[in-house]
Design a protein around this ligand. Structure first.
Ligand code: ZN
Length: 261
């Protein structure tokens, strides 16, 4: 082969080799459809992020518009909450179910499965430093954390496993609403027991009441959708003791204290 043909041949080879390498580097080269699908998914995810960001920023804009300086003055001076609330982080459970204006009222601590273990310091701060007379342990129906703890969760990430390890609930079918409710109650009672040990002095001195309750957004108790069902007061679980403890002032009709039937 003449020298000039060898030169052209080598140039052509290099060109094709470059094109081949470039194709390998391009994402989704092997199949154009998944690439488009991935791009669409990525765009969808970006849109979802922006929707969430807009939701928060727009809500705050409205909040600032609707609240004048006078609304914030008490908060600037400090806080004097009525209750420490340990609730589940579940998005379906919010304070407006127990307090229409929770600002300044509730010292709120949340995690998956409303557990004292990972947040003992926060709970102690509410009870001992802010001196809230009520500690409310607020679980809820069909709690995802409780359902996870009812079965093998060894494939979860280490951090999630560590938190779920605080839940000691009976194992069972996590889709069985009756079993889940039983485990939800079991967990709340466990947390009340732990809190009672932690704040034994406050209980003995009658400075504190510890209430365990289920927020029932599914009407599993047949007492009304969204009902707060009291299942434990200072360790007492029977209806008579709960009603006696919560109706002690004589002002509250017993019909307004909802307990398990
Ligand atoms: Zn939950």
């Amino acid at each position: 082969m003449p020298a000039y043909l060898k030169f052209i041949h080598s140039k052509i080879m290099i060109f094709f080799l470059r094109m081949f390498m470039l194709c390998l580097l391009l994402p989704g080269h092997a199949d154009a459809k998944p690439n488009k699908k991935n791009q669409a998914l990525a765009m969808g995810e970006q849109r979802q992020i922006m929707v969430a960001v807009d939701h928060v920023l727009d809500a705050n804009k409205d909040f600032v518009k609707q609240h004048s300086k006078s609304y914030f003055l008490p908060f600037i001076k400090g806080q004097n909450p009525k209750a420490t609330v340990l609730g589940c982080a579940d998005s379906r459970v919010h304070t407006h179910a127990i307090d229409p204006h929770p600002d300044g009222d509730l010292f709120l601590v949340r995690n998956i499965g409303n557990q004292i273990g990972p947040v003992r310091g926060s709970i102690e701060y509410g009870v001992r430093h802010l001196h809230t007379p009520l500690l409310l342990i607020l679980g809820h129906t069909m709690c995802g954390a409780v359902r996870a703890a009812m079965q093998d969760y060894s494939d979860m990430s280490p951090d999630i496993k560590t938190e779920l390890d605080h839940l000691h609930v009976p194992w069972g079918d996590p889709d069985n609403a009756i079993l889940v409710l039983d485990s939800v109650e079991h967990n709340i009672n466990d947390q009340v027991t732990e809190a009672s040990q932690l704040f034994a002095d406050e209980l003995n001195q009658r400075k504190l009441m510890i209430v365990g309750a289920v927020y029932d957004f599914r009407n599993d108790y047949h007492l009304g959708y969204g009902r707060l069902v009291i299942i434990n007061v200072n360790g007492a679980k029977d209806t008579a003791s709960i009603q006696k403890a919560l109706g002690f002032s004589g002002k509250r009709p017993l019909k307004d204290v909802f307990t398990k039937k």
